[in-house]
Design a protein around this ligand. Sequence first.
Ligand code: ES4
Ligand code: ZN
Length: 319
Amino acid sequence: MSLPKAELHLHIEGTLEPELAFELAARNGVTLPYADTDELREAYRFEDLQSFLNLYYELMAVLRTERDFEDLANAYLARAAAQGVRHAEIFFDPQAHTSRGLELGTVVEGLWRALGDSASRHGVSTRLIMCFLRDESAESALATLDAAKPYLDRITGVGLDSAEVGHPPAKFREVYEAAAALGLRRVAHAGEEGPPEYITEALDVLGVERVDHGLRCVEDPALVERLVRERVPLTLCPLSNVRLRTVDTLADHPLPAMLDAGLICTVNSDDPAYFGGYAGDNFDAVRGTLGLSEERLRELARNSFLASFLEDDEELRAR
Ligand code: ES4
Ligand code: ZN
């Protein structure tokens, strides 16, 4: 559906559709351990976050050149535009590429080729958010921030993603302090698979302005109260939660109760190529299965612009 909306939780590497994966594999002489797109799709049955991440990192082997990152981002922006996305704040995982021998510049320049033309070509304004892999060391995150210094005019903020449990936000205190000193905005995944305490830590230790997922706040009423009081937006990803078994079924998703509690929720796609849908598909799913009213859907769309890093005048133009 095409309600104008902003997408605030989207991993660009998670938009790699099987067809493009095979096209890039052929172009780059990379052999994938799957016979064809059907066999690859068969692997999209995940037990949890880690089983998904294993495939997500494996498929990145096909991304090698600036043009690959440009093609990936253009394909996403075209699909997003078709589903009513007017603004996209896009995560990327530098360490997943530099660890394979790519230069950070290849990734940023490639993505920027698509993002730079996105407003005129797709009608989608964009921001880039550089994520640190929390299952890598704090030193590696600091080195990544340092390597990003030549590109800071194109990077709006920093985020924290990958395997959550056992990697609490406080591990990255120093790098978030350094990012803040550089004028970067701060977000972090917290409370996806990890406990509610990680959400509190992301706020208190990392100084995040938005919490990615934040789903498990519902286990702690005092935390819910705080998030409501402090107007901290949550970037929820309903289809992701179902595919990664964070909720049993979409019908069990706490989104309606979270909205009723006064939380500033947004609905996003996370890794749409893997989880069965883009932003509009997530809106359709929560409307259909959770029976959200039109008013609630408009609230979700409005929240997405309010919680974005757009300036006020840009925000008004986008929605
Ligand atoms: C991710 Cl769903 C999710 N959670 C944490 N890290 C990620 N990276 C890409 N998708
Ligand atoms: Zn995510």
